[in-house]
Design a binder for this molecule. Structure first.
Ligand code: GLU
Length: 546
């Protein structure tokens, strides 16, 4: 059979050049020894899973730490999954978490185009070459044919797939092929696998260590009927010509590794190093399962932005999942830049990484407690501008006021910083009582109305904004004493039943009246921040509500 003629008939692409052309166009990168070229290769589905950040961070760290290159390739061969604006979403969400690409889709770079759909010519050139060398062939099987084969294999407990005797089109004669083509039958191009499933090799996976890999014997599709390549074929060509040295990708690809090894071999390309990282899992009742896009809001990268988690906190948490020695490093160097941590592929988890929101929250609290009130103001304001309600946006209009609120709630200047803030959404809701427009208290006192009324009224009568903290506290004590509450804690402890309560119960009533909450930072300071008018009007409001 004239395979050159067949290749031209099967793939009539005039743009295709000699293979050497591509080797020259995309030369080996001029990098120091040991520098790694890595990539992120997402499909433009519009959804960014936390797993995307996980794998992006690993690839980014390794490339940049080694003086290499980290690039973005868009794997848009599956038209059905493509969503308008998805690349923008990829850029935006990764940028938020500080993931920096050196080149790639919508960026500069000499190894593009970085959208697979724009690389048809290269895939066609190599598919043609495989056909010419008798290593690929057209397959005219219909969905129905394939289903029949599948059913037969299932019934007879045979390995599923298109291989050996089941690879019907592998054995078509020249006449049959041309008759099918002349009849206008649609076809795909399949690899003519040379592998043998009885042969096993040891493969060194950069994350999992040595694993056993069975040779591929499947005649996998390399070009679909519309001439678009499959992931298997496209990624092999792309990683070769983009000169990728290390592929860290999700472990869901591990089962396809034998196909990829064979593809690189028949294409005459050197196999890059592969590391298959584990999936992110969570505990769900009794079971441990993958974080699911459908069931778990925290699976989406957007979730962290909407909640207003600080990107550095999320990055820090991701590193605890990614490298087993990171936490130890963080304990030793809590104030160092995260990029100073020596990331190591060998320290990546071999089995599932367990996602724990409680731990993320702890890390976030600790991180937020390191920020100044001004940094916090800027961060929360940016969050509110994008995700906050109109009321919340309004909180930031009076910067001076907000800075005072934040300084108090963060314990700035105190002996120990408070760790109340987890993320912007939670924090902004937490401080809403400072703003009259959203002050809708649900007063819940532990004392009867009459007592509360007398306490609030009594305090209101003697409250003076000019009082310093101790003069203010003396007044609280006065109100306590006037209402029979103990002011001497020793006396109270000796005989608690002799009093309705003590001075701290009185302070609690004042606190609830002023803030709607029984637990807040220092009440005197809150009143100072609110100012005389607001404080008095809140006491009034509370009295009227009784
Ligand atoms: N497009 C593939 C995915 O989104 C990329 C896998 C890889 O990194 O090679 O899963």
């Amino acid at each position: 059979m004239d395979l050159n003629k067949l290749a031209d008939r099967l793939i009539p692409d005039e743009n295709v050049k000699e293979l050497d052309y591509y080797e020259t166009k995309y030369p080996l990168r001029d990098l120091e020894k040991g520098a790694q070229v890595t990539r992120l290769a997402p499909s433009p589905t519009g959804f960014m899973h936390i797993g995307n950040l996980y794998v992006a961070l690993a690839n980014e760290r390794i490339a940049h730490q080694s003086g290499g290159v980290f690039f973005l390739r868009i794997e848009d061969t599956d038209e059905k999954r493509k969503v308008e604006g998805a690349v923008e979403v990829i850029h935006q969400s990764l940028k938020y978490f500080g993931v920096r690409f050196d080149e790639g889709a919508d960026l500069c770079g000499d190894y593009g185009p970085y959208y697979q759909r724009q690389r048809a010519e290269i895939y066609h050139a190599y598919a043609k070459d495989l056909i010419k060398r008798g290593l690929a062939y057209p397959c005219f099987c219909t969905e129905e044919d394939l289903e029949n084969t599948r059913n037969y294999q299932t019934e007879n407990k045979l390995l599923p797939g298109y291989y050996g005797e089941f690879a019907k089109c592998r054995h078509l004669t020249e006449e049959e092929i041309y008759a099918n083509l002349d009849a206008g039958k649609p076809y795909v191009i399949r690899l003519k696998s040379q592998g043998d499933v009885d042969v096993k090799h040891t493969f060194h996976d950069e994350v999992k260590g040595d694993i056993t890999v069975t040779e591929n014997n499947q005649d996998v599709v390399i070009l679909k009927s519309d001439g678009i390549p499959t992931y298997h074929f496209a990624h092999a060509i792309d990683d070769h010509f983009m000169r990728t040295t290390l592929v860290i990708r999700g472990e869901e690809w591990l089962s396809s590794l034998p196909i990829h090894i064979e593809l690189f071999k028949v294409l005459g390309f050197r196999l890059p190093k592969y590391g298959h990282n584990c999936s992110i899992q969570k505990i769900d009742g009794e079971t441990r399962r993958k974080l699911s896009k459908r069931k778990d809001p925290e699976a989406s990268l957007n979730y962290y932005r909407e909640q207003g988690y600080h990107p550095t906190a999320v990055r820090t948490y991701m590193l605890t999942l990614l490298n087993s020695n990171f936490e130890e490093w963080l304990l030793k160097f809590p104030d160092k830049d995260l990029d100073e941590f020596k990331y190591s592929i060998g320290k990546m988890g071999k089995s599932g990484a367990l996602f724990d929101i409680v731990k993320l929250n702890d890390i976030s609290k600790t991180y937020m407690a390191k920020l100044s009130e001004t940094e916090t103001y800027e961060f929360f304001k940016a969050w509110a501008d994008e995700f906050g309600t109109d009321e919340q946006k309004g909180y930031f209009a009076d910067k001076e006021y907000m800075l005072k609120v934040l300084a108090l709630c963060m314990g700035v200047g105190g002996k120990k910083r408070r760790k109340d803030f987890v993320c912007a959404k939670q924090a902004v809701e937490m401080i809403s009582y400072f703003f009259d427009e959203s002050f809708t208290p649900n007063y819940e006192y532990r004392f009867d109305k009459q007592t509360v009324s007398k306490v609030l009224q009594g305090f209101k009568n003697i409250y003076d904004y000019a009082d310093d903290c101790s003069a203010w506290f003396e007044k609280v004590k006065t109100v306590a004493a006037d209402n029979g509450f103990a002011t001497d804690m020793k006396a109270y402890k000796a005989d608690p039943t002799a009093y309705p309560g003590n001075v701290s119960d009185v302070a609690e009533m004042l606190r609830i009246a002023t803030t709607g909450l029984s637990n807040t930072p220092d009440l005197w300071t809150i009143m100072q921040i609110l100012g005389k008018e607001k404080t008095l009007s809140r006491l009034e409001k509370a009295i009227n509500a009784l």
